[in-house]
Design a protein around this ligand. Structure first.
Ligand SMILES: C[C@H](O)[C@H](O)[C@H]1CNC2=NC(N)=NC(=O)C2=N1
Length: 100
């Protein structure tokens, strides 16, 4: 199983994934993505869902129109692991593609 990152390791990893920050009150990372419209937002979610399923690592997320709020943590580990960092990195890349 993936290892829970220390607070220092989390901070360091967050430095490499623009827009992602610590969630207050729990060990998790989050980012709010804002797209041009619902079509783009849902396109992002569709692509990200396929990647998440392949990784067997799943986001907590909420979509309202063109905004997608994402929270990542590794429930099995009770915190943030490299799986979250990897999925966050992939989501940033997918968002870039989605936004054209
Ligand atoms: C059995 C299954 O592999 C586990 O429950 C996986 C599925 N997806 C998961 N996703 C996330 N975010 N954290 C987990 O601990 C997790 N565990």
């Amino acid at each position: 199983m993936a290892e829970r990152l220390s607070a220092d390791a989390r901070k360091e990893a967050l430095g490499g994934i623009p827009g992602w920050t610590e969630v207050q009150g729990r060990e998790a990372i989050g980012k709010t993505f804002v797209f041009r419209d619902f079509n783009e937002a849902f396109g992002f979610m569709t692509r990200a869902a396929l990647v998440a399923e392949k990784m067997d690592h799943h986001p907590e997320w909420r979509n309202v129109y063109k905004t997608v709020e994402v929270v990542l943590s590794t429930h099995d580990a009770g915190g943030v692991t490299n799986l979250d960092i990897e999925l966050a990195t992939k989501m940033n890349a997918i968002a870039k593609l989605t936004q054209g």
